[in-house]
Design a protein around this ligand. Structure first.
Ligand code: RP5
Length: 176
């Protein structure tokens, strides 16, 4: 768990509190690497002034990366990117009506000169947003870079353990 009193390096903004259960894996990934973060609810459409204020003051408040999550007409990450020089990662939130394709397209189809990188809708998307922020921070933090390298090196062993556990489950199922 990261030190919650430390100044946040990553800002997670979301269009609605209803997004949080779908994207909290981003915060969990940051906690895994003890990266301090904050999370805020604000909307490109419902509270445009709050978004502008947040994005324009992000650098002076010490943030290094902003993660913007929204669903439907998901313009939050793009509007944040319009107002800051920080790298912005978009999380397209799954939606009941169009399955998140709406969120994906409105997050990812940015015009030139205003980059937003987008992670996947659902699946590992929110976790990857957190991990991507860790990778950005690790460029200027040798100890974080070492931890991320160790994390990558440990992945094959974790998958091998799952492979073995699955073989054991199948063996037991067949025997019963
Ligand atoms: C978007 O509208 C939010 O990001 C959320 O995904 C969606 C629905 O918001 P609520 O109606 O649940 O507040 O702006």
């Amino acid at each position: 768990m990261s030190d919650s009193s430390a100044s946040p390096l990553v800002g997670i903004v979301m269009g609605s509190d209803s997004d949080w259960p779908k994207i909290r894996a981003a915060g969990t990934a940051l906690d895994q690497f003890d990266v301090p973060w904050e999370a805020r609810v604000m909307s490109a459409h419902r509270t445009p002034e709050a978004v502008r204020q947040y994005a324009t003051t992000a650098v002076e408040r010490g943030l290094k990366v902003i993660i913007g999550a929204a669903g439907g007409a998901a313009h939050l990450a793009g509007v944040v990117a319009a107002h800051t020089t920080l790298p912005v990662v978009g999380i397209p939130v799954p939606t009941p009506d169009l399955g998140g394709l709406d969120s994906l397209l409105s997050t990812v189809q940015m015009p030139g000169d205003v980059p937003v990188v987008s992670v996947a809708v659902g699946m590992g998307g929110p976790r990857n947003a957190g991990l991507f922020a860790v990778q950005i921070l690790a460029l200027c933090d040798a100890s974080l870079a070492e931890r991320f390298k160790q994390f990558k090196e440990d992945l094959p062993a974790r998958i091998a353990a799952k492979d073995q556990a699955l073989a054991e489950t199948i063996r037991r199922d067949r025997a019963s």
